[in-house]
Write a protein that binds this ligand. Sequence first.
Ligand SMILES: C[S@@+](CC[C@H](N)C(=O)[O-])C[C@H]1O[C@@H](n2cnc3c(N)ncnc32)[C@H](O)[C@@H]1O
Length: 267
Amino acid sequence: MGIVTKPWKSNHKRSKDYELIRKGYSQRIVREILKGTSNHKLDHLLDLGTGTGQIPACFYSFAKKITGTDPQKERITQANIRFNQKKKVTFRQESAEKIKEKNNTISLVTAAQCYQYFKKDKVIKEIHRVLHPGGKVCILWKYPNQNTWQANVALRIAKKTIKKFRITLPLPRDMEPQLKTLPVLSNLKKHGFENLSYKKITSKYHYSFLDWVSLMTWPMGAGTGTLDPKVLHFIENELYLALQKKGFKNGIFETYDHFLFQGYKKK
Ligand SMILES: C[S@@+](CC[C@H](N)C(=O)[O-])C[C@H]1O[C@@H](n2cnc3c(N)ncnc32)[C@H](O)[C@@H]1O
């Protein structure tokens, strides 16, 4: 049996799981993203590939208006449930390649864990069009830091799982080299952005058991929603035993690296 990629849950359920699993972004990364934007509240934040609205949730108190877009209907449904018709947040089913905002109207555009899916030239052109002069774009990812005991446990179990289920996918344990193959800054430069920067920021999160399963399945090229239940249950069991040995029952700390690419539209 090879890696199983067929979805085993409805998309809606998977979006719900996604929200449970991904715990948003740390205050440190939020502060970093807000640097260089207006000293007062942001007029309008546009979050591309918003998923279930993790970024809007983190920036809620820093913006007057927030729009989140995502091509997946189920993600938008889940995002709407999360914000329960709060007036300043709006979600739309929409791809980042064609943004329904007017020219020069957005203060900050964010794209978290999704740039890899974009048609890059189209999307960056669109971001440039909608940002107001001096507006900022932030493209980011987060990934478990590899220099922790948790990461070592995860790697050991991932290897065991791969052997047992004869999964043939490689283990992309280190995200940074992979990200470097996505030419983010050079693409921003090509489309007229300036003051470009790249930063790696490490923060700690409080994580639950379920998050660990997510952490475990990522190296296998799948989210929890796309793994066969048999594989998932095997991982869950192995994790449970490993965590018990370490004296953890449910909540644990995990260290995450953020990879942040930033640029500004010329004033
Ligand atoms: C890994 S999730 C990240 C969600 C959210 N930004 C977060 O940080 O939790 C990637 C998201 O990118 C979205 N996506 C995929 N292709 C896209 C596109 N062409 N335009 C906009 N979003 C896209 C997917 O639907 C998915 O919700």
